[in-house]
Design a protein around this ligand. Structure first.
Ligand SMILES: *[C@@H]1O[C@H](CO)[C@@H](O)[C@H](O)[C@H]1NC(C)=O
Ligand SMILES: *[C@@H]1O[C@H](CO)[C@@H](O)[C@H](O)[C@H]1NC(C)=O
Ligand SMILES: *[C@@H]1O[C@H](CO)[C@@H](O)[C@H](O)[C@H]1NC(C)=O
Ligand SMILES: *[C@@H]1O[C@H](CO)[C@@H](O)[C@H](O)[C@H]1NC(C)=O
Length: 551
């Protein structure tokens, strides 16, 4: 009787394996990002709802109702599990749409759940825990608002035209040809709820302008939805604060403020460019090592469903947050329901007002939709599979991001394990080893100066690694002697500010079943006797890497 049971279970397990695989494949579209057709349908549907009175996001007025962002609204986990674990029909797809309601008394931000896709016919307001509305002032900045920021900066820099010319050696914000100024605005835009005022710093508009601050910062209050009512609250120049641009200019002209003069601008200085410099003893006209797949790819991709070496998962690139993996299985068993990038934050210290107030919360700077084209051979190996992405963020139509995600298998140039069994007589009894190859899923996010590189790595032994690398430019501010308490001088007039990166992932492990996972590791080991599962969990726990990189 016992033997029969055992055989029965083995048989079921065998059938279950391929069925589980089919169900994982069948469920993956639940996690797929919105298609172009779906985005267009959602926009058309909401724009036809009379009471919403939606206007184009890109129109210049701020006093309007407009779509800020739309992305997939995930099904609830218990619904998704019926699909993934029992092969049931997928629930209808829905979109989550963030709408700026700027054309009403008491402007607010409202989120709508719109469905069913691809032919939506209903929308509901999405409510949040605590029921508190999101303050309109805390919304992300849009391209429309930037147009007005540029307008007020034109006025400010016209007033300070002579000062800026003399300080920078001929650079100006308007009416410039090859010597132009640009700006960076920092966040948060205030220190209390309901504020919306931003420190803006001027920079030379050259390659790598992030590290060319000119020592002029201005605090603009842009809370009012009528840009004519915006005001300048403070100006910072040469380590001193002024209440208005006029006050600064007056003191500058009357000798009441020490004049600052940057060194002559050298157009041939490679400092902030990406042009290679210096000498290398390694020939650069000869190719370095390359990855090859002599017999083609060993992984399988069907839309957002991927299989490799016992792994399967579904992925998406959420327009607000970025790269996310769902229903992660190893040998058919779910290891994690979700491992998803949620947020990246950088906190700065500094001596100038812009520097000391900077705390960037990057999802608010469209981190998930700042996924640009990857260069084959540099950003990803030439053998990669490149995938196009689409985002709907601060736009009036879906935007194509060509080749913005790559998937590739690579060698690690390290054995996964090896043993040389010496016979202690100058020979050996046996040697055993296994080469270590991994599958990599990669996107990047260029959030203004920073370039984050987001990787998920899947090892043959059940290890999954989550990795972020940071490159691009530092967020730098104007050098003052006191700034040395808050950073390092990286150029004549430039301070590289000390800062900390925090990267947030949601990790929903589902080892040995959904509910038991909540009780912790010990209980899991007792509850189930599958060495594969326990071992995988153990390794994940030990080896999952959360790197923060300090630039
Ligand atoms: C704002 O709302 C008013 C009244 O509902 C409407 O007439 C006007 O066109 C709206 N403005 C914009 C920019 O949508
Ligand atoms: C925000 O505005 C929308 C649209 O007018 C309205 O339905 C909703 O009740 C408002 N939310 C809050 C919390 O006031
Ligand atoms: C730029 O040119 C315009 C048009 O000629 C002029 O009105 C404006 O004053 C100029 N601005 C500066 C800063 O010179
Ligand atoms: C699982 O392993 C534990 C500890 O090794 C053992 O006591 C238990 O009988 C096993 N359960 C099954 C169902 O084999």
């Amino acid at each position: 009787m016992r033997l029969l049971c055992l055989l029965h279970m083995v048989c079921l397990a065998g059938v279950g394996g391929s069925r589980a695989r089919d169900w994982a494949h069948h469920g993956a579209p639940m996690f797929a990002d919105l298609t172009v057709r779906e985005m267009k349908a959602v926009r058309a549907y909401l724009h036809a709802v009379p009471e919403l009175q939606l206007a184009d996001a890109r129109s210049k007025t701020l006093m309007k109702n407009s779509i800020l962002l739309m992305e997939l609204h995930l099904p609830r986990k218990h619904e998704a599990l019926r699909v993934l674990d029992r092969g049931q029909a997928r629930p209808p797809r829905q979109a989550r749409v963030v709408v700026l309601m700027g054309n009403q008394t008491g402007p607010n931000i409202t989120e709508y759940i719109v469905g069913p896709l691809p032919a939506p016919n209903s929308h509901q307001v999405k409510t949040f825990k605590g029921g508190r509305p999101v303050r309109f002032e805390s919304r992300p900045i849009t391209s429309s608002e930037y147009e007005h920021i540029t307008d007020i900066l034109k006025k400010i820099t016209t007033t300070a035209h002579q000062l800026l010319l003399e300080t920078t050696g001929g650079f100006s914000f308007s009416n410039c040809s090859d010597r132009c100024l640009t700006f960076s605005d920092i966040a948060p835009r205030g220190l209390g709820p309901g504020e919306r005022r931003t420190w803006v710093m001027l920079q030379k508009f050259v390659e790598g302008y992030f590290i060319h601050p000119v020592g002029f910062e201005v605090l603009i209050n842009h809370r009012d939805l009528d840009p004519d009512k915006w005001t300048v609250e403070k100006v910072w120049y040469n380590s001193r604060y002024f209440d208005s641009v006029e006050e600064l200019v007056e003191q500058y002209e009357s000798g009441g403020v020490e004049k600052l003069q940057l060194p002559d601008h050298d157009v041939n200085d490679l400092y902030s460019t990406y042009i290679p410099r210096g000498q290398s003893s390694t020939p650069t006209d000869v190719h370095g090592p390359k990855l090859v797949e002599p017999q083609g790819h060993r992984y399988f991709i069907d839309h957002n469903f991927v299989e490799y070496a016992g792994w399967s998962f579904a992925y998406r690139v959420r327009s607000s947050a970025g790269l996310q993996v769902f229903d992660l299985r190893f040998k058919g068993e779910r290891i994690a329901y979700e491992i998803s990038l949620q947020e990246a934050i950088a906190f700065y210290s500094g001596d100038t007002p812009a520097a000391m107030q900077t705390k960037y919360i990057d999802a608010g700077w469209a981190m998930g939709s700042s996924t640009y084209e990857l260069a084959s051979g540099i950003d990803c190996p030439e053998i990669s599979t490149f995938v196009d992405l689409h985002h709907y963020s601060d736009t009036d139509k879906p935007v194509l991001h060509r080749n913005a995600l790559c998937i590739f298998e690579m060698t690690t140039a390290m054995p996964l394990r090896r043993h040389f069994n010496s016979n202690f007589k100058g020979g050996y009894n046996f040697y055993g080893g296994l080469d270590n190859t991994v599958l990599v899923l990669r996107t990047t996010a260029t959030v203004y100066n920073y370039d984050y590189i987001w990787d998920f790595l899947f090892y043959q032994n059940g290890v999954v690694e989550v990795k972020v690398s940071a490159t691009g430019y530092i967020h730098a501010t104007f050098f003052t002697p006191n700034g040395l308490h808050y950073g390092t001088r990286v150029h004549h007039h430039v301070l590289g500010n000390l800062h900390t990166h925090l990267i947030h992932y949601k990790v929903d492990l589902d080892v040995a079943g959904e509910h038991r996972a909540a009780f912790g590791f010990k209980r899991l080991c007792e509850g189930r006797n599958s060495s594969v599962i326990v071992c995988t969990r153990q390794r994940m726990k030990d080896q999952r890497k959360f790197q923060s990189i300090f630039l």
